[in-house]
Design a protein around this ligand. Sequence first.
Ligand code: NAD
Length: 356
Amino acid sequence: MIILITGAAGFLGSSIVECLRGFDKNLTLLGVDNLSRKGSELNLPVLAMNKCDFLLGDISDQNFIDSLPKVDWIIDCAANPSVLAGVSNNSTLSLLNDNLIGNLYLLEKCKRDFAGFVLISTSRVYSINELNKIPLLKGEQRFSIDTRDSSKFPTGLTSEGVTESFSTKSPVSLYGATKIASEVLALEYHYSYGFPVWINRCGVIAGKRQLGKIDQGIFSFWVYQYALNKPLSFIGYGGTGIQVRDVLHPKDVFEIIRMQMFDSNSRSNRVFNIGGGEQNSMSLYELDQFCNSLFRKTEPVRIVVDNRALDIPLYLTDYSLAKAEWGWKPQVSINQIMDEIAEFAKCNHDFLLRLQ
Ligand SMILES: NC(=O)c1ccc[n+]([C@@H]2O[C@H](COP(=O)([O-])OP(=O)(O)OC[C@H]3O[C@@H](n4cnc5c(N)ncnc54)[C@H](O)[C@@H]3O)[C@@H](O)[C@H]2O)c1
C-alpha cells in the first residue's frame, strides 16, 4: 500500500509518518512538504529514519501533484494551521492556496487514483459567536462549562463539550473557513466519485517536535519560552490565563486514522470531533504553573487585559460520536503530553532556538 502524507515535515505529519511506520514496516510512505513552516526542515530526519521518501513540493502546484505516483491513500496534514493566518492583506491568497486549492488538487488525485482521503480538520470550523455563547463558570484558575442549566446551551453543546452538530456559521476565521470549505468539497467528491473520505475535526494537538509559536502550538510554545527564559504574556480574559483548551496527542490522532483506513466496515458518518476532552484540558494559568515547576524563568508573565482577535475562552471536545462508532477515546493523558514536551524542550535547545 502506498500512502501519501502531505505536510509530512510538520509536527503532525512527521508524527503520523512515525506511527504508520510503527504500525507496518511494509507500507510505502511518501511525504510531501514545501517546508514553509519555520523549523519544518528539522523534522526531515524523522522521515528518513522511518523510511518515508520525501519530495519537496507545494500541494497548490497542480503540475507537482499530477507528477506524483499513484497512491492508495492521502493523509492531508499540509496547511497553514494558525487561526490568525490570512488576516494580513498580503497573506489571504496564500492561505487559500495552502489550505483550500491544494486540497482540491489532492481530491482530484484521489479521484484519478481512486485513493482514500483523510482530512485533518479543526475545531476552528465552529462558529466563534456561538462558542462565545457557551455558559461559563469563571474560577480562579480556569473557565469551565456552567452545566447547571442545559437549556442555555447553544445547539450542539453538551456538558462534555462541542459536538459535530454545533453551528459552523461565520465568523469562523479565514483559517476555519478554508477548513470547512475543504470538508464540503471532500464530502462532495466522496459522494460523487465513491472513494473513501474521512474528516477529523481536531482540538489542540500537542507533543514533542511541535513547531510551537505564539499563534499556533501554544502548549509547546509556552514550554519552549520557559526553557529559553523568554518573555510570555497572558492575553485577554483580564490577563489571568483562565482560558481553556483540551489537548490531544498525535498517537491518538493516528489511532482513529488507522481504524478509518484499515477497518472495512462501512459507516454513514464521515465527520468526527476528536480532542482531549475535559479530563485532558488545561488553562493557560495551569500550563504556566506546570512550566514554573520545571524551569527557572526570571521575568514574570506579562498581562494583556484585552482579548485577542478571534480568540475564544474555552474549547472542549465532545468525542462521543467517535467513541460510539470507533470505540475511540484519547489514550495519552495530558500529563504524559506535557511531560513529553518538557523533556523534548530540555534536551533540544538547538531545535527551540531555530524556531525563534
Ligand atoms: N496542531 C494543532 O493543534 C492542530 C489542531 C487542529 C488541526 N490541525 C491541523 O493539522 C494539520 C497539521 O498541523 P500541524 O500542527 O502539524 O502544523 P505544521 O505547521 O507543523 O505542519 C504543516 C506542514 O504543512 C506544510 N505546508 C503548508 N502549506 C503547504 C503547501 N502548500 N504545500 C506543501 N506543504 C505545505 C508546512 O511546511 C508544515 O510542515 C493542519 O491541517 C492543521 O490545520 C492542527
